[in-house]
Design a protein around this ligand. Structure first.
Ligand SMILES: Cc1cc2nc3c(=O)[nH]c(=O)nc-3n(C[C@H](O)[C@H](O)[C@H](O)COP(=O)(O)O)c2cc1C
Length: 214
């Protein structure tokens, strides 16, 4: 059975524009993969459950990455909580990441999730002088909206640290292809332009869901 890991950072919930793209993708995906296993991670709701990456977590990370893997009781418990999230990645056939642009980048709760799941030996490895992602064989889709416009050739193109970062970090842990649907500008071109861009994004997201091979 096909499994979709659906990670979203849209705290505005029902008011969220980016959620509209997500709903369209899910509708298309359900049509393509009837009965798929839907694992959703609502980062706006569960971010406090993620390891905080305080001194304990960082110590556990370094011990697991560079040491002998000897953790004390607290470290072991925390590592288990972290592995629950990397296990979700290994169990998926496709990853969906939904998040608006925040301050030219991504919402902090999504970065928190990335810091949890990007782990040496769990989701990538370093051998013979090269990095290798351990989630190969899976595709990922990014859905985003933003008030301004940052497309190639526009005056603000170099300011997009969101989609390029997500493409790079997901590619780093092995996802390929990583595709994005960007709906913009939501506000800065005026209401009509915003409404048309959102509609176009919804259509594209639906088509991406329908076209997702796995
Ligand atoms: C904290 C915060 C920071 C934002 N930063 C940017 C930004 O840097 N550039 C931009 O174009 N829009 C920015 N926006 C606007 C959102 O990206 C935009 O309104 C988006 O459509 C909101 O998505 P949502 O409706 O799913 O919440 C920001 C919004 C918030 C709440």
């Amino acid at each position: 059975m096909t499994t979709l890991l659906d990670v979203f950072a849209t705290p505005r919930n029902a008011a969220s524009r980016t959620q509209k793209l997500r709903q369209a993708f899910l509708k298309g995906y359900a049509e393509r993969h009837p009965g798929f296993v839907h694992v959703s991670v609502d980062l706006g709701a569960i971010h406090a459950e993620l390891p905080a990456f305080d001194a304990w977590d960082i110590q556990a990370k370094f011990e697991m990455a560079y040491g002998e893997g000897k953790l004390d009781e607290v470290g072991a418990k925390r590592w288990d909580a972290l592995m629950r999230r990397t296990d979700q990645l290994h169990a998926c056939d496709h990853l969906l990441v939904t998040a608006p642009m925040w301050n030219l980048s991504i919402p902090w709760m999504l970065k928190k999730w990335i810091d949890v799941v990007v782990q040496g030996r769990l989701t990538f490895e370093y051998t013979n002088g090269a990095f290798k992602g351990l989630l190969a064989g899976r595709g990922a889709t990014i859905l985003t909206t933003r008030d301004g416009a940052y497309g190639p050739g526009t005056p603000h193109a170099a300011m997009d640290f969101g989609v390029p970062y997500l493409k790079t970090i997901l590619g780093f842990i092995g996802f390929d292809p990583v595709e994005a649907v960007i709906a913009e500008p939501m506000v800065l071109g005026g209401p009509e332009v915003g409404a048309a861009a959102l509609e176009a994004g919804i259509l594209k997201a639906g088509a991406m869901g329908l076209g997702a091979q796995r």
